[in-house]
Every structure is written in structure tokens, then in C-alpha cells.
Design a protein around this ligand. Structure first.
Ligand SMILES: [Zn+2]
Length: 325
């Protein structure tokens, strides 16, 4: 059995785990992300965490095949972090794979964290036994990635895909990336909150006002769902529009790539069937020739935060599969 270490660098914590060749997480731990202390402190933390998790599992260094790291930002095929805005400027053009490889004395693979989560879900989560999938994570923004033939579709430059930033509406809402009309401006949790607030301002009789004690700043992504379940018409209309946006965007992507499956992650996906049933209907509504070609089913992610660790750990396996294509 081969074993791998996966590191998922998040804004709050760095999660590290040992994963076997089947994608099963056998040991994990996490340490706080000390980005304010600078790059060297974080590198030291990652090296110590790798050694600590290996010792917890009772394994020798020689038993680990490689280390994979999921980075919150774009990376190159050569293992260089292009930038990671939330971690600091020292992370720009950082050859992280070389630095970590010499510190750990083993091969290090690198990928974007959203691509790692997609890979993890396809190896041992919602997409297990599936070869190709589109993953969409509904968070502050939209994270996501495409898995093709069991490996990350990283494109010719190695940076993977940005499903959150394809132009959904020409000249639409301004996006943090500098463009307008990006998909995430309509379908992220942040977008849902904005759509909810706008509807509340137009409908002072909505039950959503009572749910937030008349404080519009207290609106979160759960409020429209809670109110809709109580029969609130304003909340129902917000969600109908939101799910319609999502279905149209996802159908555009699946028409282009034809994955077997669409995997939906992030906090909003916790709404379960209340989201997934209308979402599947909306994808069918917009997918090309869906009366004769069944669009891929959309299902909930199952691994939660572990997807990023598992996917990072399996980067060596993903690279092996990609090289055989
Ligand atoms: Zn954008």
C-alpha cells in the first residue's frame, strides 16, 4: 500500500493528513495559519505538521511516497505559486514545491486548493467510481474544478479552471477579479445574501425581517431558505431566481465539458434536497437537447473539509494518470 501526505492551506487552519492509495484519510491534524508571522513561520509549521502527522500514524518517512499541497491561489505546472493574496506578498512567484521538497526530503506536488477538493471528491467522495466531474463550491466566492479521466484538468499552463469567473452576464455585476458579470457574482453565498437584501428592501412585509431582528446586516445564506420553508413568498422568489442562475451557469459548463457528474459543495449545499431538487430541474431546463441527452446529475459533496486534504495527497496519483493520457 502506498501512502501520501496532503496539506490543505486554508485562511484559518493548515490541515494535514495521511491518505492511502485508495484515497482513505488515515490520520489528520491541523495547525493555525500564521500568515501574519510571515512565510518562514508557515513553512516551518507545515514541515512540523507533516512530521507530527506521520508520527501519529506510526509511520516512517520512507513509507510516504510524496507530499501534495493545496494552495489558495493559482500555481504553475512547475510547482510555483503565482500568488496567494490571503497569505501575503511573500507567496508571489514562490517555488513552494522546491522549498518544501528540500525541507522534507521527498517529492512535493502543488495544485490550487479548489482543484484538490474536486479531485478528493472524485477519488473517495461523491464522485467515487466516476471518471469526470465538475465541482462547484458555493462559498464567499465560487471555487471549483474539473476532473477529467481521473485527474485534474489543469490546462496548458497548469493553473486549472476558474468556474466562478466565466462571464455569466455581459456587462453585469462588478466582480472582485476586476471583470463584470462573473458567474460567482450571481451564485456564490455572497451573491445570495446580496439578492436577499435587495428583495427585503423591496418587500418590507417579508418574514425575513423578523428572522434577522430587523437588522439587514445580519442576513446570511441560510435566511432565505429558512423563510421560504415558512412560506415567505419573497424568500421563495429570491431562491427561485438564485437556483435558476445556478442551473443556467452549470448547464453552460456541462454542455462544454460533458462531465459524468456535477458535485456541489460549500455551506449552501447543506440545504440538501431543498436546493438539489430544483437545481437539477434548472440544469435540465438550460442544458442542450436535454429531452434526448440526459444532463449530468448534480449531487452534494460528501467529504466536507477533508476533500482538500485527500485531493492534495493524491496529486502524485493524479499526475501519473495525466502523464498516461
Ligand atoms: Zn470574476
Amino acid at each position: 500500500m502506498r501512502y501520501f501526505i496532503g496539506i490543505d492551506i486554508g485562511g484559518t487552519n493548515i490541515a494535514v493528513g495521511i491518505v492511502d492509495e485508495h484515497g482513505t484519510l488515515v490520520q489528520k491534524l491541523s495547525v493555525p495559519t500564521r500568515s501574519a508571522q510571515g512565510l518562514d513561520a508557515m513553512l516551518e509549521d507545515m514541515v512540523s505538521a507533516c512530521n507530527a502527522v506521520r508520527e501519529l500514524a506510526g509511520m516512517k518517512k520512507e513509507e510516504i511516497s510524496s507530499v501534495g499541497i493545496g494552495v489558495p491561489g493559482p500555481v504553475t505546472r512547475e510547482g510555483v505559486v503565482i500568488r496567494a493574496v490571503n497569505l501575503g506578498t511573500e507567496w508571489s512567484n514562490l517555488n513552494l514545491s522546491a522549498v518544501m521538497s528540500s525541507a522534507l526530503g521527498m517529492p512535493v506536488y502543488l495544485a490550487n486548493d479548489a482543484d484538490c477538493a474536486a479531485l478528493g471528491e472524485v477519488i473517495s467522495g461523491a464522485g467515487a467510481n466516476c471518471n469526470s466531474a465538475l465541482m462547484i463550491t458555493l462559498g464567499t466566492g465560487i471555487g471549483g474544478g474539473f476532473i477529467v479521466d481521473g485527474h485534474i484538468f489543469s490546462g496548458c499552463t497548469g493553473q486549472g479552471t476558474e468556474p466562478g469567473h466565466f462571464t455569466f452576464l455581459y456587462g453585469g455585476e462588478p466582480c472582485s477579479c476586476g471583470k463584470r458579470g462573473c458567474f460567482e457574482r450571481y451564485t456564490s453565498a455572497t451573491a445570495l445574501i446580496q439578492q436577499t437584501k435587495r428583495a427585503m428592501e423591496q418587500h418590507l412585509d417579508s418574514k425575513m425581517w423578523a428572522l434577522v431582528d430587523n437588522d439587514i446586516d445580519a442576513v446570511n445564506g441560510k435566511v432565505p431558505f429558512d423563510a421560504a420553508k415558512m412560506g415567505d413568498e419573497t424568500a421563495k422568489a429570491v431562491l427561485e431566481q438564485y437556483v435558476d442562475y445556478m442551473g443556467m451557469g452549470i448547464a453552460s459548463m456541462t454542455d462544454t465539458f460533458r462531465p459524468e457528474l456535477v458535485i456541489i459543495g460549500g455551506g449552501i449545499s447543506n440545504q440538501g434536497d431543498y436546493l438539489m431538487i430544483p437545481l437539477n430541474a434548472a440544469i435540465r431546463k438550460y442544458a442542450f437537447a436535454s429531452d434526448v441527452i440526459a444532463p449530468p446529475p448534480a449531487v452534494r459533496a460528501t467529504l466536507g473539509n477533508d476533500a482538500g486534504i485527500i485531493g492534495a495527497a493524491m496529486l502524485e496519483v493524479s499526475a501519473e494518470k495525466a502523464s498516461k493520457q
